[in-house]
Design a protein around this ligand. Structure first.
Ligand SMILES: *Cc1c(COP(=O)(O)O)cnc(C)c1O
Length: 441
């Protein structure tokens, strides 16, 4: 029997390759290549089973806010564990669930007044979609024809069938197309959006949108005022506006919610990812009182929202989220973030010198660096070249974890990252892109 660390790592890796199926992962490549096993973490560093440290440049898939293994968050979670790990939210309630709802409503856009919990961003979106749909069926007077949705091309809202239906990333979802409910889509042209929404207003239940920036599409940043303009169009035509803040929420864009940049009051808001500080799965859908009231009535009118998940409102998740909101206040997370956003912007300027870099997009602490074969002609690399994967492998060799979305290198560190760590992260991504560029010559 092997007892040394290397032996254990090897055996675990083999067992993973024999038994697991990873998300969004070409498993053939996964099985063929050496894989990293993360054993623990501290601050902005992930530590593998052999003790090697890696800077977490993607905040563990855009979720981590205050750093890993934070004593205050660990304490919030263990204190709740000492009370109860899970008690259903169907027919019962609990303090952390109630307190978190109050805290969320206090920081959310002022018109939102109700919180419905779930456990993934996709679920929070599905819930918003079902609420919008049912709202029109039950409004006074009912508007039964309002059953469809509008979203922009390249939107991403999660991987369940409803969330895919309103999503627009063909690379991910093409295969499942015949499963989707029909959704109206346009590109980013406001005149086209207005025209489409106006001509289908009687059929449209809601517009759903990622505010300010399309994350999974590769950080496509809208011009200032664009999100607000779409919201105004929806409002003008009596269509609900659902904002998907799963990625942008909890400080990512430099404010607590992206809606704040443009003074947007959505009818429904989906939250996930950073909600629990990135510690445990928790999501929420926030609604207006007007929407909520359409679901009231005697039971035999069947106006109830018949939706819930087994772990809805999990108290440990709520306790983690409360701990995270406390840290936002105690550490002045958003204030401290502003100079780091500026530093990020300044460091990214240099990336234009790299021949592989075609475009650089930033929205607060969300960054996409798009690599192109020829930036003069906007020519992408052939997919099979896996240019993004080559860059992140080089970065990993240098002790930094980042992830590509196609040929876009995503940089999205925990909000708590120090200026020194941020500099190290950016310098490593820079040299990695440089090294891959030179290898191509
Ligand atoms: C990640 C993401 C989702 C899906 O969240 P999951 O927790 O992965 O289901 C939905 N919308 C946006 C904008 C996201 O970035």
């Amino acid at each position: 029997m092997q007892t040394d660390h290397r032996g254990v790592a090897f055996e675990l890796e083999q067992a993973d390759k024999r038994r697991l199926w990873h998300p969004f992962t070409p498993q053939q490549d996964w099985e063929a290549e050496p894989q990293l096993i993360i054993d623990r973490a501290e601050g902005c560093y992930l530590i593998d089973i052999e003790g090697k440290r890696y800077l977490d440049g993607v905040a563990s898939l855009w979720v981590n806010v205050h750093g890993h293994c934070h004593p205050a968050l660990n304490q919030a979670i263990t204190a709740q564990l000492a009370k109860v790990a899970h008690s259903t939210f169907l027919g019962l309630t609990h303090p952390p669930g109630i307190q978190l709802a109050q805290r969320l409503i206090a920081i959310a856009p002022p018109n939102l007044s109700r919180v419905f919990y779930s456990d993934t961003g996709a679920a929070a979106v599905e819930i918003a979609i079902k609420m919008a749909y049912q709202y029109w069926q039950q409004s006074y007077p009912p508007r039964r024809s309002k059953t469809k949705f509008f979203s922009l091309q390249n939107d991403y809202h999660g991987d369940t069938v409803g969330a895919m239906s309103v999503g627009g990333i063909d690379r991910f979802f093409q295969t499942y197309r015949s499963l989707f409910f029909p959704t109206f889509k346009t590109d980013y042209d406001l005149a086209a959006i207005e025209q489409l929404i106006a001509s289908h207003a009687d059929e449209l239940a809601a517009v759903i949108m990622e505010p300010l920036v399309q994350g999974a599409a590769g950080m496509i940043v809208y011009p200032p005022g664009f999100t607000r303009a779409v919201r105004d169009i929806a409002k003008r035509h009596n269509v609900l506006f659902i904002v998907d803040e799963v990625a942008t929420g909890f400080g990512r864009t430099g404010k607590m919610f992206a809606c704040e940049h443009e003074g947007i009051e959505p009818d429904l808001m989906a939250l996930g990812k950073g909600l629990s500080g990135g510690y445990v799965p928790l999501a929420a859908t926030l609604a207006t009182e007007e929407i909520y009231r359409a679901f009231l009535g005697p039971v035999d009118q069947f106006r109830t929202f018949y939706h819930g998940h087994t772990y809805t409102g999990n108290p440990v998740g709520c306790a983690a989220a409360l701990g995270s909101l406390d840290l936002f206040e105690r550490d002045q997370t958003l204030e401290c973030l502003q100079p780091k956003i500026a530093l990020l912007r300044q460091k990214l300027e240099h990336f234009r010198q790299l021949p592989l870099v075609g475009d650089i997009r930033q929205c607060g602490f969300m960054v996409g660096i798009e690599l192109m074969q020829d930036r003069e002609t906007n020519t992408p690399f052939p997919v099979a070249d896996e240019i993004g994967v080559r860059v992140i492998k080089e970065a990993r060799r240098q002790g930094v974890i980042v992830r590509p979305l196609g040929d876009v290198i995503i940089v999205m560190p925990p909000l708590c990252i120090s200026e020194d760590e941020l500099t190290l992260l950016l310098d490593t991504v820079y040299t990695s892109i440089g090294a891959v560029g030179e290898a191509l010559l």
